[in-house]
Design a protein around this ligand. Structure first.
Ligand code: BMA
Length: 311
């Protein structure tokens, strides 16, 4: 019997390529945020070239979304952004910070994959700011406030000599980042043994920052992507207070098991609600979008009571 930390919405999948008014092959790995009383979703779609663009959808309840007639973000046409986004833009996270919404996205090119930072304040126009990593990095999330006077991000550099892990870094201005160090690593022969990466932007709770991350396990039938939770110390998020030993979500529904990439649940967004629940959004099999709900306190307790060390 599957664990029940995340209750799947009965109407899953909530968004598929059939809901998109322009031609795409997939709808997945979306950032979501509450803006002006509505839910805004920025979702990734593969084109039939195999490269990705980002679309926008809007919802009143967080479950039923309507897609804009045109894509929201395609690869830049000029300058440094064109050079480093030539193969597409992927997996946006929407990070609310100081009244703006910062979008961290994976930019692909012949130089590898790196993280772009863009800003919007109205979800109509978007301003690209900078690349905030070198290659090869993916999965960057920003904390929603300055901590100790600095901006803070989590991300996932690639390494050939160590399983891919979650790192932290700090910045005075969101452009220049340093003081980086590793905060959490995969555990051998565990559900996340191959690699881990930040998922949703961290959620503030009284006991710490809740980080919903993805972990990957290699099998003879390809890799399985699942989701887990850990908790970072509020005033020093480099300290991981606990990592839940078990996953909280694994591929189970038919559209999670089979699709563009089989056996994938992958998150870029979770939204804390006033009633103490959260809405967790995930891309299923890199093909469709799904949502579920969880109780924030239960996830926090899992990190603290059923935990393994971060290393
Ligand atoms: C990762 C990324 C994600 C994707 C996942 C499963 O490496 O490419 O965008 O969802 O693989 O294919």
């Amino acid at each position: 019997m599957a664990n029940e930390f995340v209750k799947r919405y009965k109407g899953n999948p909530i968004l598929t390529k059939k809901d998109v008014p322009y031609k795409v092959e997939t709808v997945h790995n979306a950032g979501v945020v509450k803006y002006d009383g509505r839910y805004i979703m920025l979702f990734r779609s593969h084109l039939d070239t195999g490269r990705s663009i980002i679309g926008k959808a809007v919802s009143d309840d967080g479950f039923h979304f309507t897609v804009d007639p045109q894509p929201f973000m395609t690869c830049a046409k000029e300058g440094i952004f064109a050079e480093y986004e030539a193969f597409g833009v992927e997996d946006p996270r929407i990070n609310p910070l100081e009244g703006s919404y910062y979008i961290t996205y994976s930019a692909y090119s012949r130089h590898g994959v790196r993280i772009g930072l863009a800003r919007t304040s109205d979800f109509e126009s978007i301003e690209r700011i900078a690349f905030i990593t070198q290659a090869d990095y993916r999965n960057t999330v920003l904390f929603p406030e300055k901590i100790g006077g600095r901006y803070v991000k989590l991300d996932r550099p690639h390494s050939d000599i160590s399983p891919w892990s979650i790192w932290i870094a700090y910045s005075p201005d969101l452009r220049h980042w340093g003081d980086s160090r590793v905060v959490m690593k995969p555990v051998m022969y565990h559900w996340d043994e191959m690699k881990i990466g930040p998922g949703a932007p961290p959620i503030r709770t009284p006991k710490g920052w809740l980080n919903i991350y993805h972990g990957v396990f290699p099998t003879m039938d390809g890799s399985v992507y699942r989701l887990g939770v850990c908790l970072h110390k509020l005033d020093d998020p480099a300290v991981v207070l606990g990592v839940c030993d078990r996953w909280i979500l694994a591929p189970e529904d038919p559209w999670e098991l089979v699709g563009y990439v089989h056996n994938v649940v992958f998150t870029c967004a979770a939204i804390g609600e006033p009633d103490g629940t959260l809405k967790l959004y995930w891309g299923a099999a890199d093909t469709v979008m799904c949502v579920g709900t969880a109780v924030i306190d239960e996830l926090v307790d899992l990190c603290l009571t059923d935990s393994r060390p971060p290393f």
